[in-house]
Design a binder for this molecule. Sequence first.
Ligand code: FMN
Length: 215
Amino acid sequence: MTEDVDLSALRREFTQRTLDENQVSAHPLTQFNQWLDEALQCRILDFNAMTLATCGENGQPSARIVLLKEVDQRGIIFFTNYESRKGQELANNPRAAIVFYWKELERQVRMEGVVEKLSIAENESYFHSRPLESQLSAWASPQSQEIPNRAYLEAKVKQYQEQFARQPLTCPPFWGGFRLIPHYVEFWQGRAHRLHDRIVYRLVSENWQISRLAP
Ligand SMILES: Cc1cc2nc3c(=O)[nH]c(=O)nc-3n(C[C@H](O)[C@H](O)[C@H](O)COP(=O)(O)O)c2cc1C
């Protein structure tokens, strides 16, 4: 760091809002949609960005940001390259966790669950809604693989541009969405003096049980 900052001395108080187990929605995705909407209303940049954690075969976790693209009745949808590191890890072990942090609202949401792939029809529908350049990039990028240099990538884009000038642009078979179906969802609201609110939903015998955890 350019400035001499004592990280251990940095702290701030969270005082904006509260969260009460008697006032939250019965279903965590309903509650999540409400918080997501508030993040949108607050004009938080990249409010739909979330950290996605997956686990390798050797038990090594890995995490990266992906964008939430839809919340449906069953879960949280994001898109990626199925052959990427995350894609391969999820193919071998569909258990995953995601985290949102909206610092402007002093809020965190954590979810744990199991992913499933979207259908080919769902993938094609979303793929074709993306800008043309993004569609070509999906074809051109062997995500997570080592490549020699940037020129390699740009040449690949040009190659696909030429190819798809002659034929319809289809969704790559190695690209698409996952739906994380949660069985654990936690809402964290920052409070004063580190006495934060943590409200947890656990799926037990197909029913959501709500409880409070110590901060
Ligand atoms: C703000 C932001 C949004 C991103 N959104 C996505 C996304 O929706 N899908 C995706 O595959 N990668 C996305 N990425 C890139 C990933 O973080 C990551 O670099 C890439 O997916 C490769 O990860 P992997 O090698 O672990 O599979 C995003 C990165 C940032 C910083």
